[in-house]
Ligand binder design. Structure first.
Ligand code: SAH
Length: 482
């Protein structure tokens, strides 16, 4: 792969053109394209063309541009802040570029990159907001593709919203710096004013913004219980990412990798609350109390949990505490470890004619005398995903075999699912106890049991039984949220 440099040879800037002259030399299609581009600004357009094509003439009339119907000479460029050489005539374009340069005016020559002082971007226009895309001429088609993608992402009312924001800038200065002011703006751009403008209600938007400004009520906190996914940062949902960008505080578990936490707002406060087997830094009660306290302080909190927050995440207790305290919260789902592990193994969790149900379990409830319901499901063909199952691997295998599940039932194990350092193992239920003794696994481990596992792709996985007789103790690394 060719090594791309990280240095830009053309640096993007936004140039002030309001009321300034921009000269375009040329009378054909290229001149028209540039005229259309520049007409998106409030510059005064001078089209210098002895013979302009009818379409260009029509555009000049429509856009209120100035047509200079004269033979080109350098003096016609005088006073312009930007010049486009768009004549299509090589000698003339060269002349125009040389004249512009002599006059100290930046010049762009259409399709002649060597003559250009600047390039024009593909433009997403939500005036006063603009997104300009440049590729240094390397990929005009790529630039257009990006343009249309970004265009779809941005609300058409973004322009009016930004304009309204400008009219509130002075008023917002009266708010205390930091938290309060940032919250005003994020409520402004993400809350009621934005929603009103999207509905085309300008005066309602203004009122909503004024309300935000004058609200004497203490800031209301909000806790989002957010699924961080299995570890890869691009498995975060868009909503999770947006909330992370808006957070004042990010309270995260030890299982959430730094790369995911780093997707959050840079100056958000980060509170690791631990939870690894053997090294709890905070008890669940302490975490509940922390979330309530932050909510009462008016903070926007993202409570970042690995995988999905509602799967072995103790979210139930945190939600109950928040409800009791009257602190607002929401839940954002995430990709749970079982799904990531299945994807890493190309393992169909449900398989036509083989398995039509699945179980999420920890296996820790297999320790008692009675067999839990899920064991019966396993025997009747359900695919079983075992969370935190490493230290109980032998128990799980033993009890399931005892209950009648074949020792030959397929088993897939993934350490660090979704991450680049993931490891995959495959074997049978009879091999599963060996998992407990493996000292070489230091990341979180997901075990999937069932006949559907036989449909997985084992190409890049190691046999599970290789370490069957090594007696090293289990390294204490499992997340222990039960
Ligand atoms: N809420 C989480 C589960 C938390 S319990 C979720 O939905 O995924 C912690 C257990 O999840 C770990 O012991 C392990 O069994 C599993 N786990 C989490 N991340 C994992 C990963 N990247 N690879 C394999 N297993 C993982």
């Amino acid at each position: 792969m060719p090594q791309a440099t990280t240095k830009l040879n053309a640096f993007p800037v936004f140039m002030r053109v309001e009321g300034e002259a921009v000269a375009i030399v040329g009378g054909g299609e290229a001149a028209l394209a540039k005229a259309r581009l520049i007409a998106q600004s409030s510059a005064v357009l001078h089209v210098i063309a002895e013979n302009a094509e009818p379409e260009l003439l029509a555009f000049i009339a429509e856009a209120g541009a100035k047509h200079v119907a004269a033979t080109y000479h350098a003096a016609l460029l005088d006073g312009a802040v930007m010049v486009f050489a768009a004549s299509g005539d090589e000698a003339l374009d060269h002349r125009v570029a040389a004249d512009a340069r002599r006059l100290g005016i930046p010049v762009n020559a259409v399709d002649r990159p060597d003559l250009c002082d600047f390039f024009t971007p593909a433009l997403v226009n939500r005036a006063p907001v603009a997104v300009a895309i440049g590729t240094e001429g390397a990929g005009p088609v790529l630039a257009q593709m990006l343009r249309s993608r970004i265009d779809r992402m941005l609300s058409p009312s973004l322009g009016p919203l930004a304009a309204l924001a400008a009219s509130f800038r002075n008023a917002a200065e009266s708010l205390p710096r930091g938290n309060v002011r940032r919250r005003f703006w994020s409520d402004f751009f993400g809350g009621a004013p934005a929603r009103a403008l999207e509905a085309g209600e300008f005066s309602q938007a203004r009122e909503a913004a004024t309300d935000l400004l004058s609200s004497d009520a203490p800031a209301r906190g909000h806790i989002a219980l957010v699924g961080a996914g299995p570890g890869a940062e691009d498995l975060l949902t868009l909503r999770a990412h947006r909330l992370l960008m808006e957070a004042d505080v990010i309270v995260h578990d030890a299982l959430v990798p730094e790369a995911v936490v780093a997707m959050g707002r840079r100056d958000a406060e980060r509170v690791p609350v631990g939870k690894r087997k053997g090294c709890h830094t905070k008890s669940q009660a302490e975490i509940n109390a922390l979330l309530v306290a932050l909510g009462r302080e008016g903070k926007r909190v993202v409570r970042l949990k690995s995988g999905d927050p509602l799967v072995f995440g103790r979210a139930g207790e945190e939600m109950a505490a928040l409800r009791d305290a009257g602190v607002a919260y929401e839940v954002v789902p995430g990709v749970t470890a079982a799904f990531a592990a299945a994807a890493d193994f190309e393992l169909p969790l449900t398989l036509r004619g083989v398995s039509s149900s699945m179980v999420f379990t920890t296996g820790h409830d297999l320790k008692g005398n009675s067999l839990p319901d899920w064991a019966r499901l396993a025997i009747s063909g359900a695919t079983v995903a075992v969370y935190m199952g490493r230290s109980v691997a032998a128990e799980v295998a033993g009890r399931l075999i005892e209950a009648g599940l074949s020792p030959d039932t397929a088993v897939a194990v993934v350490e660090n699912a979704s991450l680049v350092n993931r490891r995959r193992f495959h074997g049978t239920l009879a091999d599963l106890p060996s998992l407990e003794a493996r000292a070489d696994l230091s990341g979180p481990v997901m075990t999937i049991i069932g006949d559907a596992v036989a449909g997985a792709n084992f190409e890049r996985s190691e046999p599970l039984a290789a370490h069957r007789h090594e007696g090293a103790p289990v390294a204490a690394v499992e997340g222990v949220q039960r």
